[in-house]
Design a protein around this ligand. Structure first.
Ligand SMILES: Cc1cc2nc3c(=O)[nH]c(=O)nc-3n(C[C@H](O)[C@H](O)[C@H](O)COP(=O)(O)OP(=O)(O)OC[C@H]3O[C@@H](n4cnc5c(N)ncnc54)[C@H](O)[C@@H]3O)c2cc1C
Length: 328
């Protein structure tokens, strides 16, 4: 199947990470313009359900490499498998989520394929030469660089939340099982002995339906606890601007924005956040935004669906009390 774009899906405990489905959206747009197929690639164990899901989100075909030894991500094995697939199917482009594992996998494969890789892509389009131009934030997000990988396949890691996944629809998709790949002993130089989760991975802002985010306006780490209380009550995740992170009220894993995570939850509650461009870039894709700020001219109100002008220390406890009453 030449003439295709690979979209590499990462799974965790059998579930596909959202960025995998999100990447199908730009891949399909580019594939349509260049008459290519969008092919999801799934390396893992028991990935049948995930393969069907990839079809539901718009992949034209899915290649699976399904075996117990691929249950957990391992750099050497996954890089060897993906390289083998790329050499066989010759995709024009390969998109990989900019997750910790994806950032490890992509450059290894790029080296093996003797090609380049754009990092942490937040937008992409076809240029006049028919190549993909990738937008990559650099220097902590101060500059947006446009990168064109001149070699084929054009590889990129894509930031979670940068693209919207399609509405899934039940579709039957061609699934190609590539279970016969044998790895060469010289390809495997490391062995995973244990997997230890970092805190930053445990904060799954990108996949959250509800985010309650706090800014400098929360005033102190003690007050910031209100943000967590509201988030817990709504089954959501705590987000933050850079200000409280720099003040040490909460860890960097919670940062949303240009140099943090890009999110698109169903509900985003911004508490004591002014609405600086660097923050808004990361959350403007949210479906419904509620902003609480004591300054009626705060820029956050320009993008909010509902704006509450008031003191967060009064408004949030009132919201918590009302929600508890409704549920009692
Ligand atoms: C290169 C670069 C990258 C950056 N990346 C990011 C990023 O990824 N994410 C990010 O968030 N920022 C980022 N920043 C910082 C960004 O420019 C802003 O400084 C930051 O977002 C401001 O955070 P804030 O809204 O919490 O604070 P402020 O701008 O200080 O706003 C606080 C708000 O709280 C309100 N307030 C105060 N007290 C109360 C109260 N009691 N009740 C209600 N409202 C109250 C105030 O009216 C004000 O609007 C970046 C900056 C640079 C230069």
């Amino acid at each position: 199947m030449e003439n295709c774009i690979f979209v590499v899906m990462e799974t965790e405990n059998g579930a596909v990470k959202n960025v995998g489905f999100e990447m199908i959206t730009p891949a399909k747009e580019i594939a349509a313009a260049k008459n290519l197929k969008t092919v999801a690639v799934l390396i893992g164990n028991d990935v049948d359900g995930a393969a069907k899901q990839a079809g539901n989100y718009g992949a034209d075909a899915v290649i699976t490499v399904d075996a117990p030894e691929y249950k957990t991500y391992a750099s050497d094995e996954y890089a060897a498998v993906l390289t083998t697939l790329a050499e066989k199917y010759k995709p024009e482009a390969i998109f990989i989520g900019a997750t910790p594992n994806g950032k490890d996998l992509a450059p290894r494969v790029a080296v093996k394929l003797n090609t380049g890789c754009a990092a942490d892509v937040t937008a992409m389009k076809l240029n006049d030469e028919g190549r993909i131009a990738f937008t990559c934030p650099v220097y902590g997000g101060t500059i947006l660089a446009e990168n064109v990988v001149e070699t084929i396949p054009q590889m990129a890691t894509v930031r979670g939340g940068a693209f919207k996944k399609a509405e899934p629809s039940e579709t039957s998709v061609e699934i190609i099982c590539e279970d016969e790949i044998t790895l060469k002993a010289e390809d495997i130089k490391t062995k995973i002995v244990d997997v230890v989760k970092e805190i930053s991975e445990a904060v799954n802002l990108e996949d959250a339906d509800v985010i309650v985010a706090g800014g400098r306006g929360m005033g102190s780490p003690e007050n910031f606890a209100l943000v967590k209380e509201l988030a817990d009550l709504l089954g959501g995740v705590v987000g933050a601007t850079r200000a409280p992170i720099e003040s040490g009220w909460i860890s960097r894993a919670h940062q949303i924005g240009q140099s943090g995570k890009i999110v698109s939850p169903k509900l985003y509650i911004a508490c004591g956040i002014s609405g600086a461009t660097q923050h808004v870039t990361g959350m403007v894709g949210s479906d419904y935004i509620i902003a609480i700020n004591k300054d009626e001219d705060a820029p956050i109100f320009d993008i909010a669906n509902v704006g509450i002008v008031g003191n967060v220390l009064q408004v949030i406890p009132a919201m918590i009390e009302e929600i508890k009453k409704m549920r009692a």
